[in-house]
Design a protein around this ligand. Structure first.
Ligand code: ADP
Ligand code: ZN
Ligand code: ZN
Length: 826
């Protein structure tokens, strides 16, 4: 209790807390603290509060104040959940920045930042009221629920949903409630619990040779118990405490056997929280020395960091950037600082994590979206408690509760998967990392063989430091790149379905000498478009304005936007014709064709479909690394910084789709992807060959890739973007207006555009129908804002934008129209 002695009288202060609710409410909400909890509330702790009529939430305290809110009477907080803060003040500062920069609410940012296990869900429990009733008067479902409650005494709504096999159970429950047969209670239970494991230790009477022999002799009549003791002795050589599960596995005995030994006083057991994350007892191995270029780059980065907070390392593929990062991380760790190593994709984490583990052992933590909630919460706590010093993670790792970050490495900084498109916050992890570094006073290193145009521009203009690594490590040279003109080859009859003779020969040659091949095709599935030859009907998603892709593995048509599936077309639903034509081809189709063309090759596939599950990527990548596959067919996932020693041929099945994509960054993207895929070849000594198949092989982007001419690409892009008003010269805001009715979406978009033009004039473009005009049953109209970088206050623009949106919402005509904003939508 907090009491101030104010002269004569003792004044008891009334405290209030401003909290962030896990909702898209615009403002922090204020609650009153009961006096007895005055000493318990603190910024960063979670409290339970009621919001709205009856909903209960866990919310994070963002401020403790001694003034009540002016506009409403504050409700009391219901409970304080944490003994110490789970969110740090720097994190709150970062959330604030994200919310104002990306124009979203603090609640939305918190939703993205906190692992689910730290966000408490209010789960409704159902209990039987205990009244005697005539059950014959109940219908089947009501009977079933009461019957289940007799056995379980308490059920969650989710259990009842499972029990009845139907989604909506609320009306049913309400009826039972009204009849007085059940009680409904809302409970908030902390979801995160550390994983417990039982450890076994031998009683000290038996630890010396004599005792041990006596023990084993005494167990001659109990051979299974003897086995268990033997297993313990074997396993306890390193450590006296052995996991019970390990003993059971090694000896093949049951837990009852262990229990019997505990009963006899031979074993003692103890339950302990263990990490779910594995990674204990890692030997630290694998030292290396820099080559000259790496030493120079390392020194260069050090010098640049003395002046600049952000440095861009432009190092060609396989130049050994990762080793440079490792040395920098070592230095920061030696200073006692935290380090964040950001990676764009989960696909890459496995390889990089293994490389980093050799150097940082148990100090290394991994954080990404394929970890389950409990694992994510565990990493969170370990960072909070300083047990991890180095964190490798995908974009959401920027949200961890770092104490004293010294260095952030953003590997493959050009990657688009750093950007979160949906839901809000629509943040870019690289840019967020730069701000995060700023809060901590940490240095930020961006690394790439093909930097994003805006990053290279920032380096050129002196905003960032700049260091290059222009040669491959060791004797490896950049691979030779050849192009194949698909139309010419077709005319000559040297195309075998999707493969040119050139590519096939290169593959055969490689496979003959036990080298490996990577094939890149930027579409997953089997056939992206099925069309009726008679009437032109196209199989489309019923919820979205996109064609359905046929997947052979599931034998279904799939929508890649919403996940809708339906059986493949046999007969045209429009005209009844059976002439269905397939157009285009995805990775499954490539795999299938290849099985016929190279029947002896062992083929693996790396795409979203083949890598489901937590270890999906690992499975495929490890198999390829161990040469259990000769060929890896994949989408852009194969372009993500993977390091394999035996790959000598890369085939790009069709480069045109990348280049002709309607987006201002299409050329930059195509250059990056092609250069990165090519960079997977010949990474250790052996030379590599890349075959690019295209209908337009003389296109400037392809020529720039062949010439390894990043600068050429950069200069051409910068000139275009200056002319047409794109980044890095202009800021973009993408606004999407959505409604289930097309007309309502269109009218809403027109009204919004008018309001926007009132304040921003010619900077407003649209509304227009985007590439995909309907997704998940919502019609979409897009409005684009282009705001010049110089001579205009971006803060002011954002203010105006928010004001316009408020005006838009307050107009009744716009009821039900959804508006979403994407700041830097690329
Ligand atoms: P990048 O990240 O620039 O694409 P990597 O760091 O993956 O390149 O290096 C390419 C390959 O060369 C890797 O297999 C890496 O282990 C090896 N390598 C790079 N630098 C060294 C070094 N100094 N000593 C030993 N091996 C190195
Ligand atoms: Zn038809
Ligand atoms: Zn769909």
């Amino acid at each position: 209790m907090l009491e101030l002695n104010d002269g004569e009288t003792t004044v008891r202060i009334t405290l209030f807390v401003e909290v962030i609710l896990p909702l898209a409410v615009a403002k922090a909400y204020t609650y009153r603290v009961p006096h007895e909890w005055n000493a318990h509330v603190a910024v960063g702790k979670r409290v339970i509060v009621q919001f709205g009529k009856s909903k209960v939430y866990s919310a994070v305290i963002s401020r403790v104040v001694d003034r009540p809110p002016e506009l409403y009477e504050a409700k009391y907080i219901l409970d304080v959940l944490d003994d110490s803060p789970v969110v740090t003040e720097t994190q709150l500062q970062l959330w604030g920045w994200i919310s104002s920069y990306y124009l979203c609410t603090l609640g939305e940012t918190m939703q993205a930042a906190l692992p689910a296990a730290l966000k408490l869900a209010s789960e409704t429990r159902i209990i039987a009221a205990g009244n005697e009733v005539d059950r014959s008067a109940l219908n089947d479902k009501e009977y079933l629920i009461l019957d289940a409650l007799d056995i379980a005494s308490e059920l969650k709504v989710s259990d009842i949903v499972k029990l009845l096999g139907q989604k909506s159970v609320f009306p049913l429950l309400k009826r039972l409630f009204d009849k007085g047969l059940i009680l409904i209670s809302e409970e908030i239970a902390p979801k995160y619990k550390p994983k417990m494991k039982v450890f076994v230790r031998l009683h000290s009477d038996y630890t010396d040779g004599v005792g041990r022999k006596a023990l084993l002799d005494s167990l001659d009549n109990a051979p299974k118990q003897q086995d268990a003791v033997m297993a313990y002795l074997q396993l306890s050589r390193k450590q006296p405490d052995v996991a019970r599960a390990d003993i059971m596995e090694a000896s093949g005995c049951s837990s009852a056997i262990v229990a019997a030994l505990v009963e006899k006083g031979v074993f003692m057991t103890e339950e302990r929280a263990v990490s779910r994350l594995g990674g204990e007892d890692v030997e630290i191995t694998g030292d290396f020395t820099f080559n000259e270029a790496q030493s120079a780059a390392f020194a260069g980065i050090g010098r640049q960091f003395a002046e600049k907070d952000v440095v861009l390392l432009h190092g060609i593929t396989a130049s050994g950037k990762t080793q440079v990062y490792i040395r920098l991380i070592e230095a920061a760790v030696a200073r006692g600082q935290h380090v964040l190593y950001l990676l764009p994709e989960i696909a890459l984490t496995t390889q990089i994590t293994e490389r980093l583990r050799k150097h940082f052992g148990n100090k290394l933590g991994v954080y990404h979206s394929r970890f389950n909630d409990n694992e994510r919460a565990e990493v969170w706590h370990k960072v909070l408690n300083n047990e991890y010093q180095v964190i490798v993670g995908a974009r959401s790792a920027v949200f961890l509760p770092f104490r004293s970050l010294g260095l952030i490495v953003v590997d493959e900084e050009h990657e688009t998967s750093y950007k979160q498109f949906d839901p809000a916050p629509r943040y870019h992890a690289r840019d967020t990392a730069i701000y995060l570094g700023h809060i901590h006073g940490a240095k930020v290193l961006l690394g790439s063989a093909t930097p994003a145009v805006e990053s290279f521009y920032n380096a050129r203009s002196g905003k960032y430091g700049f260091v290059t690594l222009a040669q491959r490590y060791g004797d490896a040279a950049l691979p030779e790149i050849v192009t194949v003109n698909i139309s010419e080859e077709s005319r000559k009859g040297t195309m075998f379905t999707y493969f040119s003779a050139t590519l096939l020969q290169a593959m055969e040659k490689a496979l003959a000498v036990k080298q490996q091949v990577i094939l890149f095709q930027n579409r997953r599935g089997h056939t992206p478009l099925l069309q009726c030859k008679t009437c032109g009907y196209i199989a489309k998603c019923i919820h979205c304005d996109v064609s359905l892709t046929y997947h052979k593995s599931s034998n279904q048509l799939h929508c890649h936007y919403c996940g809708f599936t339906e059986p493949p077309l046999q007969v045209c639903p429009a005209c009844g014709s059976t002439h269905i034509e397939s157009k285009g081809f995805g990775t499954e189709r490539i795999e299938e064709e290849l099985e016929m063309l190279l029947p002896n090759a062992r083929i693996g596939r790396l795409d979203l479909d083949s890598t489901k599950g937590k270890y999906g990527f690992e499975r495929v990548l490890t198999a390829f690394d161990e040469q259990r596959y000769d060929v890896l067919v994949g989408t852009q996932m194969v372009a993500k910084g993977l390091d394999f020693g035996k790959v000598s041929v890369i085939g790009i099945i069709n480069a045109d789709g990348l280049i002709n994509y309607p987006d201002f960054r299409a050329y930059e993207r195509a250059f990056s992807l092609l250069a990165q895929v090519a960079g997977r070849a010949g990474r250790r000594n052996s030379s590599g060959q890349v075959v690019i198949q295209s209908y337009a092989p003389t296109h400037r982007v392809i020529q720039q890739v062949i010439g390894n001419d990043y600068e050429g690409m950069f200069m051409a892009e910068v000139a275009e973007r200056k002319n047409f008003g794109y980044p890095p010269f202009f800021r973009l805001f993408k606004i999407e207006v959505k409604h289930k009715e097309q007309q309502a979406a269109h009218d809403g978009a027109l009204r919004l555009a008018i309001l926007l033009r009132e304040v921003l004039g010619h900077r407003v473009f649209g509304p227009e129908v985007p590439l995909v005009g309907r997704v998940r049953n919502f019609y979409i109209f897009g409005i684009l804002l282009k705001i010049e970088r110089i001579g205009i206050s971006i803060a002011k623009v954002k203010e105006q934008l928010v004001a316009v949106l408020l005006r838009f919402e307050s107009n009744k005509a716009n009821k039900g129209v959804r508006v979403q904003i994407d700041v830097d939508p690329y």
